[in-house]
Design a protein around this ligand. Structure first.
Ligand code: TYM
Length: 333
């Protein structure tokens, strides 16, 4: 608790082009929850280097991501928006937690297996222990709630296991965090292959809508989205392409799947795809304009970066000192 408010932590990687999945599955919910909680939103640049990065591009993307958080509606006066690499406590706590995490647990992580297969020439130890750094991110702020998409659930379960294990040995040190999964949009799938999640690293650019895609590109990608040959307008797992488009439409408009099925039953898929394209444009267009405006205000962004890194450092140190004492590190005095 901070000032009688529960704590929320979440983060995103500044790797690749962010997709509509990142926005609908995570960022959009962050904005909805931001009044209720004391929030920490990190640009997790330390996670990004588990895969080889061009340094200049990483710096540029990390800054764009931080700006995107603000553009999406997170007020940096109220929410702590900062770079993970500016707060050394993340790495320090991660080391300690590494000593409370088993190889077998990390071996089971599906994202590690996926990424190791994709980057077979660079299966580094950081990639393997990535979930421990993620646990440190969350536990460092004693977070009660962590809004994420479904793909991060396994990492969150591991975080809870590590925290419970540590508390079991040393007493109540960590708050046990809960995941927050949005009702719609928690798993947006590829427009070209609805069996795969929409991903920044998809080789087929038509499968993903990128947050910075222009309106015509968005409309074209929606129009080309894979559906089926049944020709029936239903919200069913047997029609995964249409199911995904309905999810996207609902997440963008706030309508329920039932309402959408009612509205479009009898219309062709083509007409619905056009409506989906327009709904996505109406969400992303204002976001892109706000990003462009904020990018011009360098002094303001720099101020936000500095003051929020100080705030995050302050709260992170409270937990870190407690943990260091518990495991037996000597204090300065
Ligand atoms: P990342 O950067 O891959 O994704 C950021 C957020 O976007 C969600 N997401 C999706 N949601 C719905 N549909 C999709 N297709 C989709 N693709 C991505 C993710 O679930 C995530 O919430 N390890 C994390 C970053 C991280 C983190 C943390 C998150 C590091 N430390 C602590 C929460 C708390 C990651 O790589 O997310």
């Amino acid at each position: 608790m901070i000032d009688n408010k529960k704590v929320l932590f979440s983060g995103m990687q500044a790797t690749g082009n962010l997709t509509l999945g990142n926005y609908l599955g995570a960022l959009k919910n962050w904005v909805t929850l931001s009044d209720e909680y004391e929030c920490f939103y990190s640009v997790v640049d330390m996670h990004s280097i588990t895969i080889r990065q061009d340094p200049a591009a990483l710096r540029r993307r990390a800054r764009s991501l931080l700006i995107l958080y603000i553009a999406a509606g997170l007020d940096p006066e109220k929410n702590c928006i900062y770079y993970q690499s500016h707060v050394s406590g993340h790495a320090e706590l991660a080391w300690i937690l590494n000593c409370f995490t088993y190889m077998g647990e990390l071996n089971r992580m599906t994202q590690f297996k996926d990424k190791a297969a994709k980057h077979a020439d660079n299966i580094n130890a950081g990639l393997f222990t990535y979930p421990v750094l993620m646990a440190a991110d969350i536990l460092l702020y004693q977070a009660d709630v962590v809004p994420v998409g479904i793909d991060q659930m396994q990492h969150l379960e591991l975080t809870r296991d590590i925290a419970q294990r540590f508390n079991g040995i040393y007493g109540d040190v960590f708050t046990i965090p809960e995941a927050y999964i949005g009702k719609v949009g928690a798993k947006i799938m590829s427009l070209q292959d609805p069996a795969k999640k929409m991903s920044k690293s998809d080789e087929n650019p038509n499968g993903s809508i990128y947050l910075m895609d222009d309106a015509d590109t968005i409309r074209r990608k929606c129009k080309r989205a894979v559906t089926d040959s049944l020709g029936e307008f239903r919200y069913s797992d047997e029609q995964p392409g249409l199911h995904n488009l309905i999810d996207i439409y609902c997440a963008c408009t706030g309508l329920t799947p039932d309402a959408v099925v009612k509205e479009f039953s009898g219309s062709g898929y083509g007409q619905f795809k056009e409506a989906v394209g327009e709904a996505v444009v109406s969400v992303l267009d204002p976001l892109q304009k706000r990003v462009a405006e904020l990018e011009k205000d360098k002094a303001y962004i720099d101020r936000v970066i500095k003051s929020n890194a100080e705030k995050a450092t302050y709260y992170s140190q409270k937990t870190l000192r407690k943990v260091q004492k518990k495991v037996g590190f000597p204090s300065f005095s």
